[in-house]
Design a protein around this ligand. Structure first.
Ligand code: NDP
Length: 497
């Protein structure tokens, strides 16, 4: 029987007020229904926000180290459930088990980091310009946090937002992607088991336009943390401006790996295979452009095409599979459309380019790992985010030209340079316009305690991860304590001559 999932609002599991539901299916086998979920509407959002608002009054007063203790329990619980969570995630969104285990591990790391932050969350004490006066600035929570997340890291990305939000004293209304609502529900169950009180965490399932936008536009939601496409991010920015709420946007990417002539080519090959086809290319940090020094172009293309043809497609639950399906029919269609666009623009297929047939793949949203050669930097396949297993290869004549092409898109998330020359490496680090640069490592591989985010249309300047996410999830409160017993006037009394 199909498993029925619910919203969690005000400490109770409940259906959508309308009673409507939607189904979620396994992208490797669309006959398999993962579950049915509430198709919520604005009324459900209103209820969740109102309960979160009430709960904020008490949650904000719980000492940070106590909130940190809960986060430690969350991490411990996730460790115990890691394998089950990873398997559920692979069934729900298709990526291979090694990757879904990594996704859960990122959540565990984020929980333990949040736990330790409970005993830091440093403010500052600063000298006063007046005698017998004490100055400090402390971090305080803002209120109700709206969290809207995508499907490609269904555990890690919600934890990047929800854990620091809770640790710093916010209450949360969480709307996960419609393609990964089961993983999101498991996360909420873990938070409750660890002791997060009623009303502090709320999950509302349903569509982006109605539930997502309902949260963003709600006057009682004080801040919104969103990861998703640049198109939706722009809409969110516009709507949030109506109430001037704080918004963190982590959006698209068109990341490149640059391989110089002096690079270790075997290492660069492993990097690009992992960067381009890990998570079926559906990562915001995926390598979708490969910039090859003309000195090694032909040799490296041969190596790359040969290895790519050996990648095995299939259900991520099978041990020998390298690449899973696209997330859904729409995403595979987008990939197919970009293959057509690439061919029309004059690029040449090195391998792939088709929907595979046979081998038990006919009931999943699979697409062959695809490599385009003879791509020019201004081709649409080299400019626009495809979010699928498609890599565009571009020839470059120098480090300078490579960096220029690497920088030549509207995005600026991740980047990678393979070289053995320390001067080239540091010039690239200096000149690349991106939030993240890897040297001799692929464009994917973020660590939970490091800042994560991009420049240009990849976001609006905030960073997730590590200590930096707490800058988004706290407000600075400035405090002056005058213990002189008299009126002291800053800028005046000290300087009256
Ligand atoms: P979307 O922007 O389509 O969706 C992201 C989330 O927003 C989902 O929960 C979605 O709900 C919701 N949503 C959709 N429309 C609206 C709306 N009008 N108002 C409010 N919320 C809305 O992105 P995808 O889920 O397709 O994810 C892929 C995109 O995310 C890629 O562009 C990728 O680059 C980016 N991404 C960026 C990352 C980063 O850190 N920079 C990391 C991971 C992904 P629903 O599912 O119901 O449609």
């Amino acid at each position: 029987m199909t498993k029925k999932f619910q919203n969690f609002i005000d400490g109770k599991w409940c259906d959508a007020i309308s009673g409507k539901t939607f189904e979620n299916r396994n992208p490797s086998n669309w006959d398999e229904v993962v579950g049915t979920f509430p198709k919520s509407s604005k009324e459900d959002v209103d209820r969740a926000v109102s309960e979160a608002r009430k709960a904020f009054d008490t949650w904000r007063l719980v000492p940070e180290p106590k909130r940190g203790d809960i986060m430690r329990k969350v991490g411990d619980l996730m460790v115990g459930k890691k394998e089950d969570l990873a398997r559920q995630m692979t069934r729900e969104m298709g990526k291979v088990l090694a990757e879904t285990r990594g996704d859960v591990q990122e959540g565990i790391d984020t929980a333990y980091y949040a736990s330790s932050e409970g005993r830091r969350l440093f403010g500052r004490t600063v000298p006063s310009e007046l005698p017998n006066k004490f100055n400090m600035a402390m971090r305080v929570p803002i209120g109700v946090a709206g969290v809207v997340t995508p499907w490609n890291f269904p555990m890690a990305i919600p934890t990047w937002k929800i854990f620091p939000a809770l640790l710093s004293g916010h209450t949360v209304v969480f709307k996960p992607a419609s393609d990964t609502p089961a993983t999101a529900t498991s996360l909420v169950e873990i938070l409750l088991e660890a002791g997060v009180p009623e009303g502090v965490i709320n999950i509302v399932h349903g569509g982006g336009g109605e539930v997502g936008m309902g949260i963003v536009g709600h006057p009682d939601v004080d801040l919104v943390s969103f990861t998703g496409s640049t198109v939706v991010g722009k809409k969110i920015s516009e709507v949030a401006a109506g109430t001037l709420k704080r918004v963190s946007l982590e959006l698209g990417g068109k990341n490149a790996q640059l391989v110089m002539g002096d690079a270790d080519l075997d290492l660069a090959l492993e990097g690009v295979l992992w960067g381009a086809f890990g998570t079926t290319g559906q990562r915001c940090t995926a390598t979708s452009r490969l910039l090859l020094d003309e000195r090694i172009y032909d040799k490296f293309v041969d190596m790359l095409v040969t290895r790519t043809r050996k990648l095995r497609l299939g259900s991520g639950l099978l041990p020998d599979v390298d690449v899973g399906p696209c997330i859904n029919e729409g995403q595979r269609k987008t990939v197919q459309e970009y293959v057509e666009i690439g061919l029309k623009e004059g690029a040449r297929l090195g391998t792939g380019g088709h929907v595979p047939k046979g081998n038990g793949l006919e009931k999943g949203w699979f697409h062959e790992p695809t490599i385009f050669l003879d791509v020019r930097p201004n081709h649409r396949i080299a400019q626009e985010e495809i979010f699928g297993p498609v890599l565009s290869v571009i020839k470059v004549g120098s480090l300078r030209e490579g960096v220029e092409i690497l920088n030549g898109t509207i995005y600026g998330l991740s980047s990678s340079v393979y070289t053995k020359d320390v001067n080239s490496a540091f010039q690239a680090i200096r000149d690349i316009k991106a939030g993240i640069t890897y040297i001799n490592a692929p464009t994917i591989g973020a660590e939970a305690h490091m800042p994560f985010g991009g420049v240009k249309q990849t976001g609006n300047g905030h960073r997730e991860g590590g200590w930096t996410v707490y800058d988004f999830f706290t407000e600075w409160k400035t405090v002056y304590v005058d213990f002189s017993g008299g009126l002291q006037r800053a800028q005046i009394d000290n300087y009256s001559s």
